[in-house]
Design a protein. Sequence first.
Lengths: 189, 205
Amino acid sequence: MELILIIIGAVFVNNIVLAQFLGICPFIGVSGKVSTSIGMTGAVTFVMVIATLVTYLIQGLLERFGIPFMQTVTYILVIASLVQLVEIILKKVSPPLYQALGIFLPLITTNCAILGVAILAFQKDFNLVSSVVFAFANAIGFGLALITFSGIREQLDLANIPEGMKGVPVAFVIAGILAMAFMGFANIV
Amino acid sequence: MSQWKNFSKGFVKENPVFVLFLGLCPTLGTTGSAINGIGMGLATTFVLIMSNIVISLLAKFIPDKVRIPSYIIIIASFVTIVDLLMKAYTNTPGANGEPSLYDNLGLFIPLIVVNCIVLGRAEAFASKNTTFTSFIDGLGIGLGFTFALFLLGAVREILGSGSIFNIKFIEGDGMIAFVLAPGAFLALGYLIAIMNVVKKRFANK
């Protein structure tokens, strides 16, 4: 039951993109097409779950050695190496997807959502299982926001938009309206 | 390029937020009020200046293949320093029990390490330029970022809670939505649109 609450809370109520403002760069950057956003969601889910799992174990080590202030440095190193790993695997297993994600795959390292979720899981004092479920739910929340958003942006190409609003500005306005929709979920958990 | 040009490019021509769309997460997440925006901007500026200086000094000694991880370690060290400093000096709650600046910025202080602006400047500028030029570049881009955060924070605070720097000028609440998540996206979207129009006007003249 507790796990279900964590999932609902992370996907809908405190949506990582639309309520917590983490992972905005890929949210604006790769949301042009639905197919690329699905690929991005896959990559983020994979990295986020493993990163949270590994950082959870490392946190134990940091505390044992009495150096919790090294948290930021260690976490970011672990995440950077994981992203390299995913990149190498993806290049081998699925070249088309690798081509499609292009520059944004190395950029997962600087995707604040990954580090943010790892630190959040630590701050919320989750145990191992809850941490992993929390990471997975956040990745789903990221995917939900990203894919919905890219669906809207695909339609937007057909619309007639004032010159100054074209591109990024109108994307932000739409994100604002989406965030308003997600506010409807507030207080259900 | 003169040092003045190098310094001032961060404000309009290469403004990280309005023109390059970098560092958007803290831009949206910490601009509920003007003062939070300035606090976040200055913390980022400190990291930017220090990492630019150190990286420009070390660039010759770091092997090309491991440069990105090395840069990240340098940046992460300065972020840890900022985190500890802010925990020590900006952690006193307000008179009426308002959360402190450190609490308000919260998660976004450690997240400076993944701010694309810092790594971007390290890779694109500090690794190729002299220490003094890199220092000026860090200062200019950092203050440009602070300016953008202040602008967005001020707009959201004025519309959302009818106050500026916590000084109220209307009775009651403002449009609460502007302090909450949707307002951040809306306000930034319209600010970028205004910037685009202004830039176009200047270009036509």
